[in-house]
Design a binder for this molecule. Structure first.
Ligand code: AMP
Ligand code: GLY
Length: 426
């Protein structure tokens, strides 16, 4: 079969790498892709939110399945677009309908959904611009730190945590009155702060049944010891040591099952990945957020731990037969180190040549922000997160050691990475 994968990050390279191992795949297209996906499949210059162009491409190239990597096309309704089109309706899109994508696209919807279905999450209230006074009053009733979230998608920048009440009130004003995130902050969610270690749990669902994928933990802050600004993610590890059988049993019973059941009860069409952003509060999982896709850089350590053919699983999600699916994990430990551009997540320069990519390593190299220079075939940096390096080993220390060793061999001007991944766990 022919598959079209949408996206251009490390997540998409890891998915493409896995898809390319499937005997079922004839042609793998990645739109727009990066220098790494261009080696795994065929990059095509499509805008992932231009559904009419995607339609033309899918029909001209006999695409049999579409896999959106990031959330945006899903929140914009790509699954509905296919379903409602006479020529596309039999081509599965791996991802929820627009209605299901509200789990990520609207924090207010997600919180209310969790409340309706008794899913553990921080207490909260939602406010719109007319309620600014009430929002401030609510903030004053809470203990610090204060958690303020723009309702809609804000490129990962929509969550602000303040220790000071005045700062919190200013943030609420910025979002509601001054529309700091445009439409995304027409509403805000203010919620109770939860204290604990976070982890990412993933399932693939067909709307009735689901399979659990390996869990992971990502490292979001730029600085060692989890300090400094938030980034898209500086690395990930899988499995997560505290996600033992007892903890995962709670996740299943208190979070995954009620979520799938809730979607069903509300007649929300959902065939795709659910990413549960969880926090472990004294041994009890709480939901921080839902995402309707896989995580980045979690995918770079999760996907290499799935032994089962991904196309087999995705087909079962599409034709609603996941109840008969078998999934096997690699029991090894995976560690992903992200190499980023100097200055990231602030301003940084692009266009630096990347060396060392062609050597043999005991690691997988997943490209994130890279492009190929058409004039000489050279790989150049083109984003904040540049290369994800994943190693598998029987224990965590060895997996980390291998990824760090590889990290010294790949070079470009300004190369930056965290050297303390796993510091909080091992
Ligand atoms: P989100 O975009 O909802 O994942 O939020 C970004 C980050 O903010 C999360 O990964 C957490 O680290 C933090 N965060 C969000 N909500 C809370 C909360 N209620 N309590 C503590 N930390 C939170
Ligand atoms: N690593 C977190 C995310 O993908 O949203």
């Amino acid at each position: 079969m022919n598959i079209l994968l949408l996206g251009s990050g490390g997540r998409e390279h890891a998915i493409a790498w896995k898809l390319a191992q499937s005997p079922e795949v004839k042609k793998l297209f990645i739109a727009p892709g990066n220098a790494g996906t261009g080696l795994t499949g065929i990059n095509v210059p499509l805008d992932i939110n231009d559904f009419e162009s995607i339609k033309l491409f899918v029909l001209e190239n006999d695409v049999d399945m579409v896999i959106p990597g990031p959330e945006e096309p899903l929140v914009n309704g790509i699954a509905d677009f296919f379903k409602e089109d006479g020529l596309l309706c039999d081509i599965p899109v791996i991802g929820p309908s627009k209605s299901g994508a509200r789990l990520e696209g609207s924090k207010d919807f997600a919180k209310a959904f969790m409340q309706r279905h008794g899913i553990p999450t921080a207490a909260y209230r939602t406010f719109n611009a007319a309620d600014l006074g009430a929002a401030k009053e609510f903030l004053r009733s809470l203990k610090p730190p204060y958690v303020i979230k723009a309702d809609g998608l804000a490129a990962g920048k929509g969550v602000v945590i303040c220790t000071d009440l005045n700062d919190a009130e200013r943030e609420a004003t910025e979002m509601l009155e001054h529309k700091r995130f445009g439409k995304a902050s027409e509403k805000i969610v203010i919620e109770e702060f939860l204290s604990g270690i976070e982890l990412s749990v993933f399932v693939l669902t067909d709307g009735n049944s689901w399979v659990l994928l390996p869990e992971a933990k990502d490292y979001k802050r730029i600085g060692e010891g989890d300090t400094g600004l938030n980034t898209g993610g500086m690395g990930s590890i899988s499995p997560v040591p505290f996600a033992d059988e007892e903890f995962m049993e709670k996740v299943t019973l208190q979070i995954i099952e009620p979520t799938i059941q809730g979607l069903k009860e509300e007649n929300i069409d959902y065939k795709g990945f659910i990413f549960f952003g969880l926090i472990n509060v004294n041994g009890n999982p709480n939901v921080i957020e839902y995402n309707v896709r896989l995580g980045d850089p979690e995918t770079e350590s999760v996907i290499p731990r799935i032994k089962t053919d991904l196309v087999y699983l995705l087909k079962k999600a599409a034709d609603q037969s996941l109840d008969t699916a078998k999934i096997e994990f690699n029991q090894h430990f995976a560690a992903t180190v992200m190499l980023v551009s100097g200055g990231y997540p602030g301003t940084y320069q692009k266009g630096f040549p990347v060396s060392g990519l062609k050597n043999k390593y005991p690691s997988e190299i997943f490209h994130a922000g890279t492009t190929t220079d058409d004039s000489n075939g050279e790989v150049k940096t083109s984003g904040g997160r540049v290369i994800a390096i994943t190693s598998l080993a029987a224990d965590s220390a060895e997996a980390l050691r291998l990824s760090y060793e590889t990290a010294t061999q790949i070079n470009y001007q300004g190369k930056t990475y965290r050297k303390d991944l796993g510091f909080d766990l091992f």
